[in-house]
Design a binder for this molecule. Sequence first.
Ligand code: SF4
Length: 402
Amino acid sequence: MKCTLFKEGRRDYDPVSHIVFRGIYHEIRCGDLKFLTDLSGDIKWIFREGGGSIYEEGTLFRRTLGGRWIYYDSSLYGEAFDLAGRYYLPLSIDMPPISGLDRERQLLDAGLEAWDGLVQKGCLGACYRFRDTKGLMSRSIGLRHTIMGSVPVVPPEALFFDYDLIPVIVKEGCLANCGFCAIKGGADPKERTLAEIRGTILGLRDWIGCDRVNYPLVFLGQNDALSCETGVLEEASNMAYEVLSIEDNYFSTSGLLLFGSPQSILEKGIRDFLRLDALPFTRIYINVGIESLHGPTISALGRPFDVILSQKALKFIDEIHDATQKLEVSTNFLISPTFPQEHTKLLEDYLVGLEDGGKRGKVFLSPLFGQYESIGAIKREVFRLKARSLRPVYLYFLIPYA
Ligand code: SF4
């Protein structure tokens, strides 16, 4: 067993075709297992050598700040890069998008058992205060207490930053309450007051402690933060930037992430987005769920936004990109083998209907939960759509965070 404290990893988030670790961390090697913890002594990565894919001889798991586990599936290698923009596909162990992750679950459990053995038997000595799985569980609950809620999903762009984000809830719940949605949280939407948001951010500062240096991103939650007043978004973002010392993070970047809807984006004007563009973060990412441009599909999904509204939102997104520098508004569309052909045709028309090829804004395709039998089937559909698209298209699996 070998314990190395305060290792310095990469300072960038460039896609790399072999395993790299980022930020400042502690590393504990034990046989074929490598554990990486954050500066609070909480496991952040587990890597098991051997029996892995061509990407690296091993299997890699990421634990979010909120205690959720993500398996970095690297079996598709170059195809994964084309699909997701990284050399792996992130698959939630807690909410797997397809069946068949039993082996990975077992490997993760075995890794955690070995970790508990190391911590509880005192094998790590007094070199640092590491938490066993019970301690990690309390810690995750502690985060939910601190933010006074959960983070059922994070925007797709979080993948490009290894999920190194701090969640700040500015608005609870989601007005849309779509019938198909598994992550809406159910509650009536409630915008938090600036005093509540400030209390949460101060709580997060203390809860995360010195590990804050490893977090360049702030996520404004929950599922439609864009529907908050622009002044609230500005205040909350500036407050988070200052109180959480985002400027002093270990990396050469910073970012703000939030979700929007066709309605919330159209309730704002270009001036509102110019105000957001002026926030101190390096980049600002807004992900807007469009889901479908086919009326009957939208109705079947139980979504309250009509197609005209969504089309207006798509047009407005192009205008926002023309007017701003740092803002990147991406869209989300659902795919499913059960959808009518008209849904797919309208999606294809949108993907090829770009007037000027230089616009920002990725399109994320999200498989309807439980409708695909294998990654292979999802992969074929995404590649088929991507091959025709003039817009940057990526696959997006929902990742619960806390
Ligand atoms: S808008 Fe998005 S988060 Fe809200 S209920 Fe609909 S699908 Fe779920």
